[in-house]
Ligand binder design. Structure first.
Ligand SMILES: Nc1ncnc2c1ncn2[C@@H]1O[C@H](COP(=O)(O)OP(=O)(O)OP(=O)(O)O)[C@@H](O)[C@H]1O
Length: 452
């Protein structure tokens, strides 16, 4: 049975709560000291706390001190403060200190029961989330329970044991490098190096020597023979980020390396055999680059023996909240802050936001929110977000609009579930490909049209 701690010096109320809270193991305390002792001993999930405790039962000071102590010892505890009639001021003060909810006397059995159930359920849900976030999931540090991310993780897990060349597709900040590292960490090459290079951040004329290395005297300033990233990854994994930005000239040399598994350093004559796994990533649409002849078709097929599409954050349902909670506890530790959680409106705003910068944007917004937050809970404002009020009265009843909304939602979902494969998307939706294309046009779903 779940334990509930009732902190109240009134024996009558203790009895009443014991009767109301059937289904729980109710334990009691009558002042701050005994409340803390019971908290340490029983670790209850929910505490009901009368703010008027001895030695100062007429005021809320002792109750508020008890609340602070409980939350600093066990911040996850859901504390429902019980106040005298019309003592809204102290109730609000308690909430700003981190209490879960408040309740004004006189006690009504049904209401207190509902409040406690809700608090207890929320505690369990949060506990589950914390465990999920902590437990090393199938793919190491990839946090997320959504169907979309689980699908991508399962694919990554399966290919980790092979040497197949993998192409990771996804918008900026979706976690392509995290996936690449996880694949490496779950592969037989895990004890060898993981070397990452971003093709977009290195000037074109330097990229070749960065990748392939150079011999002494190969060009002015080449004072000593230097290994490139490919050779330093020997035995391990090479992660080529933003492969779509690789200049055409270098693509030919890359292809030769991938086909023959030998390289030549710049200015070198001998062929050096290399044994590495290659993982590439890009936020670009390589297929249309192939069509425009800015990316070699043969290289495209060589790097993308298997393609994993990493969904954008906005399509990951409640993962947004799970990730936000995980980062919050990381930043609390990093900045030595004690922010406890998110207000309901902050959560609503996070779920509504489009997250064009994906997880990196979430991290940045949270970092500044944790630093700027003045209370114990992060508000939408701290995140620089606004809540769009969903006014039920504004919800359309026009059947055509309702149908259109539902259709575009289903198309988007099928598209991500099928990893952007149009035939499969059409199949999931039970329509033909031409119908799918005309729906995409009709609803102006530009991102799907361009395959981003
Ligand atoms: N599923 C996840 N769980 C936890 N953290 C994640 C997850 N995915 C990404 N991150 C974090 O988000 C940030 C961005 O991830 P990463 O650099 O892998 O994205 P990316 O897609 O490679 O971005 P870019 O294309 O801009 O290089 C990193 O700090 C990473 O640790």
């Amino acid at each position: 049975m779940d334990k509930i701690l009732v902190v109240d010096d009134d024996l009558g109320i203790q009895k009443q709560l014991k009767w109301s809270l059937t289904g729980y193991d109710v334990i009691f305390a009558e002042d701050r000291q005994s409340a803390i002792a019971q908290l340490r001993r029983f670790e209850p999930k929910v505490v009901t706390l009368d703010l008027g405790l001895p030695p100062d039962p007429a005021n809320a000071s002792e109750g508020l001190l008890t609340l602070e102590e409980i939350l600093s010892l066990a911040p996850q505890t859901k504390v429902i403060v019980v106040t005298g009639n019309n003592d809204k001021e102290n109730a609000l003060k308690a909430i700003s200190l981190g209490a879960y909810d408040f309740y004004q006397k006189p006690i009504d059995s049904d209401t207190i029961q509902i409040l406690v159930h809700r608090a207890n359920n929320l505690f369990k849900l949060e506990q589950e989330n914390r465990q999920l976030a902590k437990a090393s999931p199938a793919m190491g540090k990839i946090i997320g329970n959504s169907e979309q991310i689980q699908l991508a993780s399962r694919r990554a897990e399966k290919i980790a044991q092979t040497d197949i060349s993998t192409l990771l597709l996804g918008e900026s900040g979706t976690g392509k490098e995290v996936f690449a590292r996880s694949i490496h960490d779950h592969s037989l090459r895990r004890d060898k190096p993981f070397v990452a290079i971003n093709c977009a951040s290195i000037p074109e004329n330097l990229l070749e020597s960065e990748l392939f290395g150079y011999e002494k005297g190969a060009f002015t300033g080449a004072n000593k023979t230097t290994l490139g990233k490919i050779e330093t990854a020997q035995g391990g994994t090479l992660f080529l980020d933003e492969i779509g930005d690789m200049p055409l000239g270098l693509q030919a040399k890359m292809l030769r390396f991938l086909q023959e598994r030998v390289i030549e350093r710049v200015g070198g004559r001998s062929e050096i055999p290399v044994d590495i796994r290659v993982i590439c990533a890009t936020h670009r649409n390589l297929q249309s680059m192939v069509a425009e002849q800015t990316f070699r078709e043969d290289l495209y097929y060589r790097v993308g023996e298997i393609v994993i599409t990493i969904p954008p954050l906005r399509d990951r349902d409640n993962d947004i909240v799970l990730l936000a909670r995980t980062f919050l506890s990381q930043y609390n530790e990093e900045f030595n802050t004690k922010v406890k959680g998110f207000s309901d409106t902050a959560i609503k705003a996070m779920l509504q936001h489009n997250w064009p910068g994906n997880i990196r944007e979430l991290q940045n917004k949270l970092k500044s929110a944790v630093i700027l937050c003045e209370g114990t809970m992060i508000q939408a404002d701290d995140l620089g977000l606004m809540v769009k009020e969903e006014d039920d009265s504004m919800e359309t009843l026009n059947l055509r609009e309702v149908r259109e909304l539902a259709e575009s939602k289903a198309i988007r979902r099928a598209y991500h579930l099928s990893e952007k494969n149009m035939s499969r998307t059409a199949e999931l939706l039970g329509v033909t490909r031409p119908t799918l294309y005309s729906l995409i046009d009709k609803y102006h779903m530009e991102d799907i049209k361009t395959g981003v």
